[in-house]
Write a protein that binds this ligand. Structure first.
Ligand code: CAA
Length: 260
């Protein structure tokens, strides 16, 4: 399913979703958020899809943020609703996805755009990418999870610097501080992201999904991550993937995981 705002391709287990609003540098208005959430939901329930890739159309921007023109005359209640609705509908759905979601950052990833990339499980950036949180220069703060996920990824000090100065960082600085996992020339972005996705696809889908759950558990209020890991580890032993993975090792062959 492709919409005019989200272009979808599906190849060898990888579903690529491209945000198509180049006239506004792929800024996230309500329609894009809705269409992207729907496209992700459909990829998540597609048995042929194992990894989802998010990217932006064109060579200039991944996503240049939430749509400033759309929220320019909002009041406090509308602002709260924008953040609450967006976080629940899209950003949390991405982070909690059992199928890994990789951001292929092909240019500007600013404000809500960087928050979108941060909600993804991994980030591959082109050497042309520029990332940052310009919100305080507009008189607001990040509202799609940026104040929480940025410190988790780069540490509190760097997150404070990036959010309070509103300074953009280039791809190399982003790599250095752990904001992105890999930097490649723009012409190689698609291939590099695909390679990362293919590596994941070789593994047990149930173990990949359970790993995501266990990692996220450590960031949840009131949840002991170590205890969650013990539960998830134990549950793995009940899966057909575990039988297949261990038998394949013992019999010196490649595993063919059933994904259950
Ligand atoms: N919202 C709405 N429109 C946007 C946009 C955004 N976030 N970013 C870019 N656009 C539009 C521009 O208004 C422009 O449209 P027009 O041609 O109709 O004027 C078009 O996209 C092209 O942009 P520019 O002409 O500005 O391109 P540039 O190359 O001169 O500059 C840029 C590029 C530095 C990314 C600049 O567009 C920019 O600063 N954009 C805004 C970035 C920003 O502040 N993002 C944070 C938004 S707030 C947020 O995200 C809150 C949250 O956490 C929920």
């Amino acid at each position: 399913m492709s919409s005019t705002l989200i272009h979808q391709t599906k190849l060898a287990g990888i579903c690529t979703l491209t945000i198509q609003r180049p006239e506004a540098l792929n800024a996230l208005n309500a329609a894009v958020i809705r269409a992207l959430a729907e496209a992700i939901q459909s990829a998540q329930s597609d048995a042929e899809v194992g990894v989802i890739v998010l990217t932006g159309s064109g060579e200039k921007a991944f996503v240049a943020g939430a749509d400033i023109k759309e929220f320019a005359d909002f009041d406090a209640e509308q602002g709260r609703h924008l953040a609450d609705h967006g976080q629940e509908l899209l950003f949390n759905r991405i982070e909690r996805s059992g199928k890994p979601i990789i951001a292929a950052i092909n240019g500007f990833a600013l404000g809500g755009g960087l928050e979108l990339a941060l909600a993804c499980h991994m980030r591959v950036a082109s050497d042309t990418a520029r990332m940052g949180f310009p919100e305080v220069s507009l008189g607001v703060i990040p509202g799609y999870g940026g104040t929480q996920r940025l410190p988790q990824v780069v540490g509190k000090g760097k997150a404070m610097e990036m959010i309070l100065t509103a300074r953009m960082v280039g791809a190399e600085e982003a790599l250095q501080c752990g904001l992105v996992n890999q930097v490649v020339p723009l012409s190689e972005l698609h291939a590099a992201t695909e390679k990362m996705a293919q590596r994941i696809l070789k593994n047990s889908p149930t173990a990949v999904e359970t790993s995501i759950q266990a990692i996220l558990a450590g960031y949840e209020d009131g949840v002991n991550g170590f205890e969650a890991e013990i539960e998830c580890f134990g549950a793995s032993f009940e899966t057909e993937d575990f039988q297949e993975g261990t038998q394949a090792f013992i019999n010196k062959r490649k595993p063919n995981f059933p994904g259950k």
